[in-house]
Design a binder for this molecule. Structure first.
Ligand code: FAD
Length: 361
């Protein structure tokens, strides 16, 4: 029997023999049915269990909610394309409101608050319901009060979504330094405390939750090249350790292009007693412009060997190919080192991510 790509990986993950399995599962009429039932198994697991279940390297993909007013169809198409690689879960980013100036018909400019990509909770629920894939919405301090966060937690619990990635979020574009919104938080660890209290059955004002639902589990962010605001790596790792003590079950890294930095970071974290999975975050480079934009935006270095190859390219299609090759080599090395899972930043790079995933699946 010739098994399809996603199905082969399911067999690998669960270490089952295809012939035996098919004989035992007579109720399944086709490979697709069996494949769907495996995906459902992952959908019912939380992130930490789905990473550690079975053998082989797990994949996850991160997507953005659609731009306000653009509809969800294109995002669904992306998820359909990525589904082939049997993701253990899909992350959905969150974006705070920003102040922008809008011109009225009279030519007067007004400062208005705009959320360019709303809908994280709804997008998460839509993906989960439509594709039976586990989802991980991002929850931010940035731009949200405690009450707003609480309402989001209630919505998510009603929807049966209990895996979260808890983050501080970046400062607003008009700010020179991060400022909490209203009674909101300065750091992810404070958001963790609110979620922990919610899990224990209390709202943020201390009042009891009459009927607490299924508790949330969560991961946090970390930075192999150090967070931009941290005075040094020691301090950054110190705060990561605190986030672990506060209940983070795993950490996902900022994107990086130099595996050595990731390996060194994991080594240092382990030396400090941080024992949770540290999931590498990967994004293929796509355009020559990104040589400057990525270091500026994400505060990470582009290795000289990659920069040199990009500069040799005659157009962005060639750059895209270089990005795919670099990223594939990165992933192969990470897998050879036994990473538990690879997290792909799929936004605006779905084609490249698919190419990489095909090479390593
Ligand atoms: P924190 O953990 O609060 O850390 C921020 C800085 O403060 C670090 O320098 C840390 O060392 C220090 N620190 C931590 N705790 C304390 C403390 N208690 N006291 C003093 N200092 C402390 N941004 C978005 O807006 N939306 C997203 O959806 C999003 N998704 C992301 C996903 C991943 C996997 C990653 C890696 C980043 C993501 N970001 C997102 C970006 C992230 O929000 C920013 O990098 C933000 O600046 C820091 O978030 P954090 O959760 O790491 O913050």
């Amino acid at each position: 029997m010739q098994a399809s790509l996603p199905f082969r990986s399911l067999i690998r993950i669960f270490e089952v023999n295809l012939e035996d399995f098919c004989t035992r599962c007579e109720k399944y009429s086709s490979e697709l049915d069996i494949s769907r039932s495996f995906i459902r198994i992952f959908a019912e697991m939380n992130v930490i269990d789905s990473i550690t279940a079975g053998t082989g390297t797990a994949f996850s993909f991160e997507v953005l909610p659609p731009l306000k007013g653009t509809g969800i169809d294109s995002l669904f198409r992306t998820v359909e394309e990525l589904r082939e690689f049997n993701p253990r879960y899909i992350n959905i980013t969150t974006h705070r409101s920003e102040y922008v100036y809008q011109e009225s018909p009279e030519g007067v400019f007004h400062k208005v608050s705009l959320r360019r990509r709303p809908g994280t909770v709804a997008v998460a629920a839509a993906i989960k319901n439509r594709y039976d894939i586990n989802v991980v919405p991002h929850i931010l301090c940035s731009g949200f009060t405690r009450e707003e966060t609480e309402y989001v937690l209630l919505d998510l619990q009603f929807l049966g979504i209990t895996d979260l990635l808890l983050l501080r979020g970046d400062k607003a574009k008009h700010e020179s330094a991060f400022t909490p919104t209203g009674n909101g938080y300065s750091h992810a660890i404070e958001l963790q405390a609110q979620v922990n209290r919610f899990n224990e059955g209390f709202f943020s004002d201390g009042s009891p939750i009459k009927e607490p639902g299924r508790p949330f589990t969560y991961g946090v962010a970390c930075y192999p090249e150090k967070h931009e605001e941290s005075p040094n790596m020691e301090m950054d790792i110190h705060w990561l350790k605190e986030k672990v003590k506060a209940g983070a079950q795993y950490a996902v890294t900022q994107l990086f292009y130099d595996n050595e930095k990731y390996f060194r970071f994991v080594e240092r974290a382990r030396a400090e007693g941080i024992d949770i999975p540290i999931i590498p975050g990967i994004k293929p480079l796509k355009t020559a412009r990104q040589l400057n934009v990525i270091p500026k935006t994400f505060k990470v270095d582009i290795p000289q060997a990659l920069a040199t190859e990009v500069l040799k390219c005659k157009n962005d299609e060639e750059v895209r190919q270089v990005g795919v090759e670099w990223c594939t080599a990165q992933c192969k090395e990470l897998i050879a080192h036994g990473v538990p899972s690879i997290h792909f930043y799929a936004m605006a790079a779905t084609d490249s991510v698919k190419q990489v995933a095909k090479e390593i699946y």
